[in-house]
Design a protein. Structure first.
Length: 195
């Protein structure tokens, strides 16, 4: 059983879908820790309800990314975490974690990368008036949403869609695709094919 840490900054709906997949036996893993950079994020309440340890930090309390990632790394090591899952974590991962977990950090992004990387991908897609967007799961590297793609699924944007309806459609895909993709990755235990 693989020990995961989930990194999140917001409401934690993807964290919840992963936790449910573990609970129902669809995903052979355990969540050893939730790492969060916002002390009032709803994901922390979700983790607390499930009895999952949390580690909360504020980047502004540290002189550098390396300094707070070193503290995060200590938390991960103390819990024997083997794999990192980014689920709405709004910070770029730095060298400290990338070097310690090579090929073992994945992220989910609400667009068909390489289109619309970075913040507000749904807003970017609507602004561009594209007909199709979707969800991407990718390995994390030192760029912004630039790592090798593992899985993608498209959704069609209808004429009368708005931010709310597109967000809902994307989350529906995310909550199914992320646990399924994690299952595939962890069963293989080898993500080198994506490099």
């Amino acid at each position: 059983m693989t020990r995961l840490a989930v990194f999140a900054s917001g409401s934690g709906t993807n964290f919840q879908s992963i936790a449910e997949a573990i609970h129902t036996g669809k995903l052979d893993a355990s969540i050893a820790l939730v790492v969060c950079d916002k002390k009032d994020a709803i994901v922390l309440q979700r983790a607390q309800k499930l009895g999952i340890d949390t580690f909360v930090f504020q980047a502004s309390d540290f002189p550098s990314k390396a300094s707070y990632e070193k503290v995060i790394l200590d938390e991960l090591k103390s819990r024997d975490v083997e794999f990192l899952v980014l689920a709405g974590y709004m910070r770029l991962v730095g060298d400290t974690l990338l070097q310690e977990y090579p090929g073992k950090i994945v992220n989910i992004h609400p667009s068909l990368l390489p289109s619309f990387p970075g913040k507000d991908a749904i807003g970017q897609a609507l602004q561009a008036s594209v007909k199709v967007t979707g969800v991407t799961i990718h390995l994390v590297d030192d760029g912004m949403d630039t790592g090798p793609i593992i899985a993608q699924e498209a959704i069609v944007i209808e004429k009368d869609d708005n931010r709310e309806t597109v967000t809902k459609a994307i989350q529906t895909v995310e909550h199914r695709l992320y646990p399924q993709t994690l299952k595939n990755i962890l069963e293989r235990q080898n993500v080198s094919e994506y490099h």
